[in-house]
Design a protein around this ligand. Structure first.
Ligand SMILES: C[S@@+](CC[C@H](N)C(=O)[O-])C[C@H]1O[C@@H](n2cnc3c(N)ncnc32)[C@H](O)[C@@H]1O
Length: 226
């Protein structure tokens, strides 16, 4: 990287850390980068090295850390209409890269849930390095914790297999009857639920679902007859 690019990144980093960089300005800076270079650019901006090795805490059926591509996150943010009033939960957040990107792009409050302690620790360090506001890190199994986090949007980039995904949807269902939730699933098939409606164009890498208020009995498949 040449000196001018390094200086530009340094200036951007200090505007982030001082809270001066708004979401629109960050988006412009990101979109100015040719799309093939955006992932490397973001890693340099966030000062992220190669992904750390996965540890022994990763249970069977859970997927190791692999960051979601910047353009996948951009699609999710745009298709789901993430805004500054949302609370986005990154389910299986790794080092917090996607959570940081979503916050910089939208101003949303973000929660990184991660089962591997060294990755959760790296996410806390990222938050501190950039003084990101409204960025929290929760360590544990997202399939068990997810309902307690107050999220409005749940981002899933292949964190685990279908068994845990079913458990996560079961956890979220009561909240979905009380308030509107959105689920962004990147490269992850989501099993059908009566309370979830696909709102993004079908056949894309990123699918966005919105919850609809379905009476509890109907959502559980009961006929509710006389
Ligand atoms: C494919 S990576 C996704 C990383 C991140 N969401 C992103 O977009 O860059 C999957 C991550 O989920 C974490 N993970 C897997 N199972 C989990 C679980 N049950 N609860 C919380 N995190 C989990 C893994 O440790 C890994 O960091």
């Amino acid at each position: 990287m040449d000196e001018a690019s390094r200086d530009r990144l340094e200036r951007l980093r200090s505007r982030i850390a001082s809270g001066e960089l708004g979401a629109a300005a960050f988006r412009r800076a990101l979109l100015d980068v040719p799309w093939l270079e955006r992932d490397a650019w973001l890693d340099r901006l966030l000062e992220l090295g190669p992904p750390p090795d996965d540890g022994p805490e990763l249970p069977r059926g859970c997927v190791p850390y692999l960051p979601c591509a910047v353009d996948g996150v951009l699609s999710a943010v745009d298709l789901a209409g993430v805004s500054g009033s949302d609370v986005l939960v990154d389910v299986g957040a790794g080092v917090g890269r996607t959570a940081a990107l979503v916050q910089l792009l939208t101003g949303a409050t973000v929660v990184s849930v991660e089962i591997q302690s060294q990755l959760a620790q790296a996410a806390r360090q990222l938050q501190q390095r950039l003084s990101l506001p409204r960025f929290s890190v929760v360590e544990g199994d997202a399939a068990e914790l997810v309902a307690s986090l107050g999220g409005t949007i749940f981002f899933l980039y292949c964190p685990f297999g279908q068994d845990r995904l079913q458990a996560l949807l079961d956890q979220l269902e009561p909240a979905a009857h009380a308030r509107e939730l959105r689920i962004c699933a990147v490269d992850l098939p989501v099993p059908p639920r009566r309370w979830l409606t696909l709102i993004s164009p079908p056949g894309r890498g990123c699918a966005v679902f919105r919850s609809t208020a379905v009476p509890h009995a109907l959502a559980n498949g009961q006929s509710g007859g006389a």
